[in-house]
Design a protein around this ligand. Sequence first.
Ligand code: HBI
Length: 96
Amino acid sequence: MSRETLDAAARQTELAKLKGWSDAGDAVAKTFRFRDFSEAFGFMTRAALVAEKMDHHPDWKNVYKTVEVRLSTHDAGGVTALDFKLAAAMDKIAGA
Ligand code: HBI
C-alpha cells in the first residue's frame, strides 16, 4: 500500500467513509469509549494484533474506559492510506 501522504482534501474524502474520526493535520484521531476497562483493554488487545500483522502501529492512550487513538505513518511524516486501513479495522473491532 502507498506510503505517500494524503493532502487535506484526500483526508477529508477518506474521513467521510468513517464515523467519529477527525483530521488532526499530521494524523487522524478518534476517541473510543467503552463500557468499562475490560472492554477498552480487550479492544486494544485485538487492535494490537491487527496492527502488528499490518506492521502499522497506533499512537494511543487508555484512561479507564476510553482509548484515544491517533494514526499517522511515521516513516512518511503524515497520514497515508495505511492509516485509513487501520482506522477501518479498529472501527470493525470496536463494533462501530
Ligand atoms: N507504524 N504508525 C506507524 N508508522 C510507521 O511508519 C511504521 C509503523 N510501524 C512499523 C513501521 N513503520 C516499520 O515499517 C518501520 O519503522 C521499519
